[in-house]
Write a protein that binds this ligand. Structure first.
Ligand SMILES: Nc1ncnc2c1ncn2[C@@H]1O[C@H](COP(=O)(O)OP(=O)(O)O)[C@@H](O)[C@H]1O
Ligand SMILES: [Mg+2]
Length: 280
């Protein structure tokens, strides 16, 4: 991976919670511009911790966080600069939402940056539109459904116009339609230039969505192209993950001569069904 393309990176980063064992040790990790990155690992492997280090909520005890190759300073100015570069959406929207209405909640970040009112309004409108929740602007947050709260939390991050949007297990708790809508929203954000990172333990989702997959294992983190990393059975085992069914289906189809060597295999049941021909 080329140094030049690293937008945000951790170099030799170590972290432990107070009185706890080391969660991450000597970790090298980078977020490359424009690459959809999935961070995978079993529960407790350190995904959330790593994301909080990337977004400045936690500070590494050793090593450093860099933006465009420059070390981040953890003073007010440095953290403000980091917040406008990296935004983290936490797993549980109820940990993020606190204002009375959706629009108020989404406006909090931009207001805190001291932006003029007109700019704040424009950003809130843009973020609500990107998340398809314009109609909820005046709705009290405590009356929203879980999926709506999740979208509101993401809108709050989007309103900061970050270059990197990090989502911690964003599909957890969403129904299938909610998941599809979220993936479509993320596609839209990526198309407008936002680099998106997500933590998940859903290998099938990662294979379908990500360009790169980073797997957290007890012996370190392994980052590489998603189709390659997610077909390495030994690495998956080390990370406590299973083989994505799309990899198994692809191998079967190739073996049966039903898929050309260069062709990408099915990533969803619908794509597999399409290979079988038209459905009645
Ligand atoms: N606030 C905290 N205080 C102490 N230990 C924590 C805290 N948050 C997480 N941990 C511990 O750090 C390790 C990594 O947790 P976490 O980053 O949440 O993993 P993941 O998101 O992959 O499930 C776990 O052993 C967890 O128990
Ligand atoms: Mg977590």
């Amino acid at each position: 991976m080329s140094e030049a393309a690293a937008l945000v990176a951790l170099r030799g980063a170590s972290f432990a919670y107070e009185d706890g064992p080391a969660v991450l040790t000597g970790l090298d990790f980078e977020v490359r511009k424009g690459r959809a990155l999935a961070l995978l690992g079993r529960n407790g492997s350190g995904k959330t911790t790593l994301m909080r280090l990337l977004s400045g909520g936690l500070r590494p005890h050793a090593g450093q966080l860099t933006v465009d190759g420059t070390p981040v300073s953890y003073d007010r100015k440095g953290l403000t600069r980091l917040r406008t570069t990296v935004q983290l959406v936490v797993q549980d929207p109820d940990d993020q939402l606190f204002a009375a209405s959706v629009a108020q909640d989404v406006s909090f970040g931009p207001l805190n940056l001291g932006l003029p009112d007109a700019e704040v309004r424009a950003r809130v409108e843009e973020a609500l539109a990107a998340l398809d929740i314009t109609g909820l602007a005046d709705r009290p947050t405590h009356l929203l459904s879980y999926g709506q709260r999740k979208r509101t939390a993401i809108a709050g991050a989007v309103a900061m116009r970050p270059r990197v949007l990090i989502l911690d297990e964003p599909t957890a708790g969403l129904d299938p339609d909610g998941q599809e809508r979220l993936l479509a929203t993320l596609d839209g954000l990526r198309a407008s230039g936002t680099t998106v990172v997500m933590a998940t333990h859903d290998v099938d989702l990662a294979l379908r969505w990500a360009d790169d997959a980073a797997l957290l294992t007890p012996s370190g983190i392994r980052t590489g192209p998603a189709p390659e990393n997610l077909s390495r059975t030994e690495l998956l085992r080390e990370a406590g993950l299973r083989l994505p069914w799309g990899i198994a289906a692809t191998e079967l189809l190739r073996g049966q001569g039903l898929l050309n060597d260069g062709a990408t295999g099915p990533r969803t049941a619908e794509q597999l069904a399409a290979l079988a021909g038209p459905r009645r």
